[in-house]
Design a protein around this ligand. Structure first.
Ligand SMILES: *Cc1c(COP(=O)(O)O)cnc(C)c1O
Length: 494
């Protein structure tokens, strides 16, 4: 006879089970609240963290609640505090409370977006939300899309569909069926010299190779230069190569710069190239009356990436891929008898596996819906505007601070700058790198770093509209103090 007490491991309609579920959720929230770090990070190195984690990942018998709580507290207290005012390195946001609550619902329901019979209402919510997003972006009624795990996957999808469409149009070739055509070596993808590295990554994963990516120079504001793009297209053509896609960036990761979308669109389409707009970061501007104009021309995109786990304050993962003409999803569509038999197409049963790279997939659309319902359009816009304004304030402070030098005008919510040592004999690139590492190791601040035209720079990525001007000023002062300390130490900075 099969006997067990496994029921207690699951959420069931029994009152006892529901109470246990509520208690566990409450306990988990308590642990997070009780152990949230005071600073941005404790400063521990990877080696020090390794020592905190035991080796017995699967004990013979389950551990006590106390031991489990202790393990969770260790994790919480050694994490990056994403809401701390001195956490300003990456496009890594503090998540909204409404979205955290939605996450509890998403996990408890555990719907899987691949087939309607695993996610009936979730399918409908995602479809309607995606179509609404398409219309907010100005795409026509032929548009559709899908939730993805991030800008990386969305960019990959855009280039995958672009490649397949090009092969069909140029050679009447199905890449889905026959793989790459022999002429695939001639395909070229254009993007700016500061576009995201996932353009290269996608090209390599798509069998085109990173050599297929042509990096086009940018102007002094790090926007793709349309003249240079035109010249690049001509140069590529002259060599018998084929412009397959142009990736425009709406909000570059380092500078927030937005490529001139109308100009790029007017070059892409006559050249027979797909226009993918990587708005992973800048897509949020769609919802800011004040800044929306910066995205002018985005409605010409053949495909579009928008990350909700950046300037929409959603927990990771939460991102969308939008496609101008839903018919292009056909190139990734496959039928499988157990999931989405062809019969379902005739019956009008939507199985979202046909428009995704994934099979099992989370109901991330719920977070966006609940967050948007909670905030409303006015407050969402105010949060986006405030975050951009905070970066503008940081710029003013950096400008007034003698030891700091602004590297470029801010365009979204990033601020790229350098610490300028007083001694001319100091290696300032090394000093900026040491400074950033010291801030991290001492648990004082988590700020970004990047290289701009071969100089080592510091970067704030402002992601938290709740940070005050004062807190921002204190962060800048802290950086200068630590910089002066590094500078004053004998020998090369280490
Ligand atoms: C963040 C970012 C990406 C990558 O997105 P993930 O969500 O991290 O996968 C792509 N492009 C740009 C411009 C980005 O800022």
């Amino acid at each position: 006879m099969f006997e067990s007490n496994f029921e207690s491991e699951f959420l069931t309609p029994a009152e006892e089970s529901k109470n246990r579920y509520r208690r566990l959720i409450e306990q988990a929230a308590q642990i997070v609240c009780a152990s949230l770090p005071d600073g941005p990070y404790c400063g521990k190195s990877a080696a020090a963290l390794r020592n905190l984690i035991g080796a017995n990942f699967l004990p013979d018998a389950g551990c006590s609640v106390e031991d489990i709580s202790a393990a969770l507290r260790t994790v919480v207290s050694n994490s990056i505090a994403v809401s701390h005012p001195n956490t300003a390195a990456h496009l890594h946001c503090p998540p909204m409370l409404a979205a955290l609550a939605a996450e509890v619902v998403i996990s408890a329901l555990n719907q899987s977006m691949d087939s309607f019979d695993q996610a009936p209402i979730a399918t409908v919510v995602e479809q309607q939300l995606i179509r609404w997003l398409c219309s907010e972006a100005g795409l026509p009624s032929t548009a559709d899309g899908t939730f993805t795990t991030g800008g990386s996957q969305s960019n990959y999808m855009g280039l995958l569909l672009a490649r397949d469409m090009f092969c069909r149009k140029q050679w009447n070739w199905s890449a889905q069926k026959s793989g790459l055509p022999p002429e695939a070596r001639r395909l070229r993808i254009f993007c700016s010299d500061v576009a995201h590295f996932t353009v290269d990554k996608s090209a390599s994963q798509l069998g085109l190779g990173t050599d297929a990516v042509v990096r086009v120079p940018t102007d002094d504001q790090f926007r793709m230069n349309p003249m240079a793009l035109r010249d690049s297209i001509e140069a590529v053509r002259a060599k018998g190569l084929l412009p397959m896609a142009i990736v425009a960036t709406a909000g570059t990761t380092d500078f927030g710069s937005v490529d001139p979308l109308p100009e790029l669109a007017s070059l892409a389409h006559p050249a027979g190239a797909w226009l993918h707009v990587d708005a992973a970061y800048g897509g949020a501007l769609l919802f800011s009356a004040r800044h929306r104009g910066k995205l002018q021309g985005i409605d010409a995109a053949d495909s579009l990436s928008i990350d909700f786990h950046k300037l929409f304050w959603q927990p990771i993962p939460c991102s969308a891929f939008l496609l101008r003409n839903a018919a292009h999803f056909a190139s990734i569509k496959l039928h499988t008898d157990y999931l989405n038999p062809e019969l379902h197409d005739d019956e009008g049963i939507p199985n979202l596996v046909t428009t995704s790279l994934l099979t099992s997939r989370r109901f991330d659309a719920l977070k966006v819906w609940i967050s948007f319902q909670t905030l409303g359009r006015t407050k969402l816009a105010a949060m986006i505007d405030r975050t951009i304004e905070l970066a503008a304030h940081a710029v003013r402070v950096v400008r007034e601070t003698p030891r700091l030098e602004l590297v470029c005008e801010p365009q979204l919510s990033t601020v790229v700058f350098r610490y300028v040592p007083s001694g001319v004999d100091l290696d300032s690139d090394q000093l900026n790198a040491t400074l950033r590492q010291r801030l991290f190791d001492r648990g004082l601040a988590v700020v970004g770093h990047t290289r701009v035209r071969s100089r080592q720079c510091l970067k704030f990525t402002c992601m938290n509209p709740a940070v005050t001007e004062n807190q921002m000023e204190r962060l800048v002062r802290l950086i200068v103090e630590q910089g002066m300390e590094v500078e004053s130490e004998p020998g090369p900075p280490t």
